[in-house]
Design a protein around this ligand. Structure first.
Ligand code: FMN
Length: 184
């Protein structure tokens, strides 16, 4: 079996209670080129092995960050993972090249529905307003930012979750197809 080309960094502190993220993971379950790194299983005590994480990222050409949106951002362990793994000189700063040119695919689920993310809705802004920190993190590290896959109303809109699972799967497959087209 060939080495994985996609690192899926997954953070869900209550994965056993997840509906949406569980469905999304199911949709890509059989893709052998995707290495799953479930952070809350790997690091239940938040003691991240930075060298191991950097080593895994260096071998792939796509990073997927998948998580439920918590307080307009990511769960705590994913934030810590970025804080600790994206080091100066490795991810950014002079001579840093580890993440340059790699794709970043963001996959996020929200409890709020599409309309709730508007000026007059309870969240006060379109969801796009909350995308900026993640997008800029990718760009700051020289990564190739892709259109995020965002699933709103993830508690109740099962049809949307299922459709998003298929979009997610199709997106990952395009990465693999593009890679196969490159000369060896
Ligand atoms: C601590 C916490 C914070 C949350 N913050 C938000 C939020 O800021 N915006 C939102 O739309 N949903 C929020 N939610 C709802 C989750 O995003 C939602 O439950 C999740 O995406 C559903 O996916 P799952 O079935 O995989 O858990 C929050 C949920 C929790 C537990």
């Amino acid at each position: 079996m060939s080495a994985p080309t996609v690192a899926l960094i997954f953070a869900h502190p209550y994965a056993e209670r997840s509906l949406a993220n569980r469905e999304l993971l199911k949709a890509i379950d059989d893709l052998s080129f995707v290495e799953r790194r479930p952070l809350y299983d790997l690091y239940p005590d938040f003691d991240i092995d930075i060298e191991a994480e950097q080593g895994r990222l260096e071998t792939v050409d796509t990073m997927v960050l998948q998580h439920p949106v918590y307080w307009y951002g990511m769960p705590a362990l994913m934030k810590l993972w970025i804080d600790e793994v994206f080091t100066m000189g490795w991810a950014y700063g002079e001579g840093a090249a580890a993440l340059k040119g790699k794709r970043l695919q963001w996959v996020a689920t929200t409890g709020g529905d599409f309309d709730a993310y508007s000026k007059d809705g309870p969240h006060g802004h379109p969801f796009e307003a909350f995308v900026a920190p993640m997008r800029q993190t990718a760009l700051f590290c020289g990564m190739d930012w892709l259109e995020p896959i965002v699933v709103h109303d993830a508690h109740s809109d099962q049809a949307e979750v299922a459709a998003a699972g298929q979009r997610y799967r199709a997106r990952l497959l395009t990465f693999e197809t593009a890679r196969k087209r490159l000369p060896a």
